[in-house]
Design a protein around this ligand. Structure first.
Ligand SMILES: Nc1ncnc2c1ncn2[C@@H]1O[C@H](COP(=O)(O)OP(=O)(O)OP(=O)(O)O)[C@@H](O)[C@H]1O
Ligand SMILES: [Mg+2]
Length: 314
């Protein structure tokens, strides 16, 4: 590797001007991306945005049409033999030996690794102890996901790629996974994950990148993305179809009052104690009880919807 290349690729993952098309579909349209070591980057985007394609190019499973991809300073396709033992990969929708028992599968992968994590510890941490003797095919969807994650981690990788790691998991399993990812980061592991869950991104990620149509539309820490240029918002729940125009008229000029989802109301503008009092007084006048009343900065979900104009899955 030349000195220039070393400077360019100091991050754990480095993409510059990456393009990938499938026939007439441009899945990734000139993407720049940087993941620093020991950081978690969450890639967010609507279905078909290009997340999996991006991750697969980092893993060396897909070759870019143009641009540069460097992972731990290496080319994922040409240097795959050197890179493979240093990374962990969890594919979207699994990728396993359906007949193998969960415990055997994990121990087999561990046996090929120079410095594996203890498979029993991993199974315990991911709540899979009871499923050790069950074949992969008979595990529930959420258990399969957790086993795939264990398989991605057992070789103690420096860097892991997790494509929707908690998709289909119940709330408890999700917490186990979040906890594990958090621990990995504290141990200096770099994580590039994709997700459709805003709370997952907010909880785990140092950096968030929102992509749409294969292009970056926003990037920053969760806090940067949610506070940038935004005022506080007032949200509350009440019976649907209240007259938001009337509510707007009760407020000073310049406030926006909407019902983004049935029964969920949003007041945008400078939210002062007087504005809060006016809104609750107006509700009282309508003989309506406002519940879940919340004054907060906009959420990552608001940012996502603003930028992509699309609903999230789940
Ligand atoms: N092997 C392929 N052949 C043809 N088209 C593909 C292939 N892989 C991806 N695509 C297309 O590229 C685009 C991006 O797909 P990709 O799987 O990267 O999206 P994604 O952001 O991961 O979506 P999701 O949230 O649904 O997982 C889509 O339009 C998809 O149909
Ligand atoms: Mg995907």
């Amino acid at each position: 590797m030349t000195a220039t290349a070393a400077v360019l690729t100091s991050g754990a993952v480095h993409l510059r001007g990456v393009v990938k098309s499938f026939g007439s579909t441009t899945a990734v349209a000139g993407l720049d991306l940087e993941v620093q070591r020991a950081q978690v980057l969450a890639l967010l985007g609507p279905n078909g945005a290009g997340k999996t394609t991006t991750v697969e190019m980092c893993e060396g499973f897909t070759t870019p049409d143009a641009g540069t991809v460097r992972v731990l300073g290496l080319d994922p396709v040409n240097d795959s033999a050197e890179l493979r033992p240093r990374i962990g990969v969890m594919l979207q929708g699994g990728g396993a030996y359906p007949g193998a028992r969960a415990g055997e599968m994990l121990r087999l992968i561990a046996a090929y690794s120079a410095r594996p994590l203890d498979p029993d510890w991993l199974l315990r941490t991911l709540g899979l102890t009871d499923a050790v003797r069950t074949s992969y095919r008979r595990l529930s969807g959420g258990q399969q996901q957790r086993l795939s994650l264990a398989c991605a981690l057992v070789n103690r990788p420096e860097l892991v790629f997790l494509d929707e790691p908690t998709a289909g998991m119940d709330a408890q399993a999700r917490l186990l996974v979040w906890d594990l990812i958090d621990r990995l980061r504290k141990d200096g592991v770099t994580v590039l994950l994709t997700t459709h869950l805003m709370d997952e991104a907010e909880q785990l990620a140092d950096q968030v990148m929102i992509i749409d149509h294969g292009r970056m539309v926003a990037q920053g820490s969760p806090a940067e993305l949610t506070t940038h240029g935004a005022e506080l918002q007032l949200r509350f729940s009440a019976p649907s179809r209240l007259n938001v125009t009337l509510l707007g008229m009760a407020l000073p000029e310049g406030y926006r009052t909407t019902e983004p989802q049935p029964g969920r109301y949003l007041v945008e503008g400078e939210i002062s104690p007087q504005i809060l009092a006016t809104v609750t007084a107006w509700c009282a006048q309508q003989n309506v009880l406002a519940t879940d009343l919340r004054v907060a900065k906009r959420s990552l979900e608001d940012v996502f919807l603003e930028l992509t104009g699309r609903e999230l899955r789940e």
